[in-house]
Design a binder for this molecule. Structure first.
Ligand SMILES: [Zn+2]
Ligand SMILES: [Zn+2]
Length: 132
């Protein structure tokens, strides 16, 4: 099985060989700003599951206050989509923006993070783990 995620303009892509290790939504304010949406989907893979990265990215560093870690976020130099990132506290994992996989490949998350900052009009499935 391979999974591919791409930015809006298709200039950059990442291809992975395996299922995600972790898949969560994050309701923090920064994830809302990063995605321009009500929450971010953060899909984590082992770094050795990365088969290929293509295209030109730029990186910015971000201190994720709510999760207490630093992220290096790689974004497309043409369209600005944040496609993948690494996290200081989880060096063996790479995060990929869950919404950037083709629709049929978006794996259902299992966790909701920073749930206390969730938009009131959203309800997630009751079997997901909740981190307030
Ligand atoms: Zn792009
Ligand atoms: Zn977040």
């Amino acid at each position: 099985m391979t999974l591919e995620a791409t930015c809006c303009c298709k200039q950059i892509s990442i291809t992975l060989s395996d299922k995600p290790e972790m898949n969560s939504v994050c309701n923090c304010t920064n994830c809302k700003q990063r995605t321009g949406s009500a929450f971010g989907i953060s899909t984590y893979f082992k770094t050795n599951a990365v088969l290929e990265k293509s295209g030109e990215t730029k990186i910015y560093k971000f201190w994720h206050k709510e999760q207490d870690h630093e992220q290096n976020r790689h974004f497309c130099t043409q369209c600005g989509t944040t496609l993948y990132w690494t996290i200081s506290t989880m060096p063996n994992l790479i995060g990929v923006a869950g919404g950037c996989f083709s629709a049929s490949e978006i794996v259902e998350p299992t966790h909701t993070l920073n749930n206390s900052n969730k938009c009131q009009w959203i309800s997630f499935p009751s079997n997901w783990q909740v981190q307030e």
